[in-house]
Design a protein around this ligand. Structure first.
Ligand code: IMP
Ligand code: MG
Length: 182
């Protein structure tokens, strides 16, 4: 894909994200209260900033693990075919699991990951997604907790990339192309 020129319009401020992360963590702490260990599974790479902030607000014993699934490559459209590039390291049978995702778009990624992890028989498995684009959903999947519902826009920042760029923005912004093409 040729380099395209674009600007980023802020959609969700760093302050709004921080407030929402705190509220999500409170709900998660309440839900899993009394657990001996919560295994928090971040989906790489987009969730790395979110999971870092989220686990620091969760008041429970946690283990952090990561799983990498790929459906996008560097394109802006899901390929629908989900591959596991890196599996989690720990055992989750009989454990409480929280899957942390950046964005639920078509839902194919989460659907695939949930099916895979459920086959290992965790005691409980819940999903926390920072962003949800409900109008794009094709697979039958719902996050237990969602940070923000957003319209069908391509977004970057707070861990989320466009062709591996802009992950380090502290806010979430939408990509607006300035080179005329759609
Ligand atoms: P799904 O399988 O279609 O739900 O794809 C979810 C994944 O696509 C997310 O984990 C993101 O990595 C990526 N994705 C979806 N929407 C966007 C976006 O607006 N910006 C960047 N990545 C996105
Ligand atoms: Mg992703």
């Amino acid at each position: 894909m040729p380099e395209r020129s674009y600007v980023i319009d802020q959609m969700i401020s760093a302050k709004a994200i921080a407030a929402r992360v705190e509220a999500l963590a409170r709900d998660i702490t309440q839900h899993f209260k009394g657990t001996d260990k919560l295994v928090v599974v971040g989906l790489l790479r987009g969730s790395f900033v979110f999971i870092a902030d989220l686990v620091r607000e969760i008041d429970l014993p946690v283990e952090v693990d990561f799983l990498e699934a790929s459906s996008y490559g560097d394109a802006m459209q899901s390929s629908r075919e989900v591959r596991i590039l890196k599996d989690i390291r720990g055992e989750i049978a009989g454990r409480d699991v929280l899957v942390v995702e950046d964005i639920v778009d078509t839902g194919f990624t989460l659907h695939h990951v949930k099916t895979l992890l459920m086959a290992r028989q965790p005691a409980r498995l819940e999903i926390c997604a920072l962003l949800d684009k409900p109008s794009r959903r094709e697979a039958d999947i719902r996050a237990t907790w969602t940070g923000f519902e957003i319209p069908d826009e391509f977004v970057v920042g707070y861990g989320i990339d466009f062709a591996q760029r802009n992950r380090n923005l502290p806010f979430i912004g939408k990509v607006r192309f300035t080179d005329g093409a759609a």
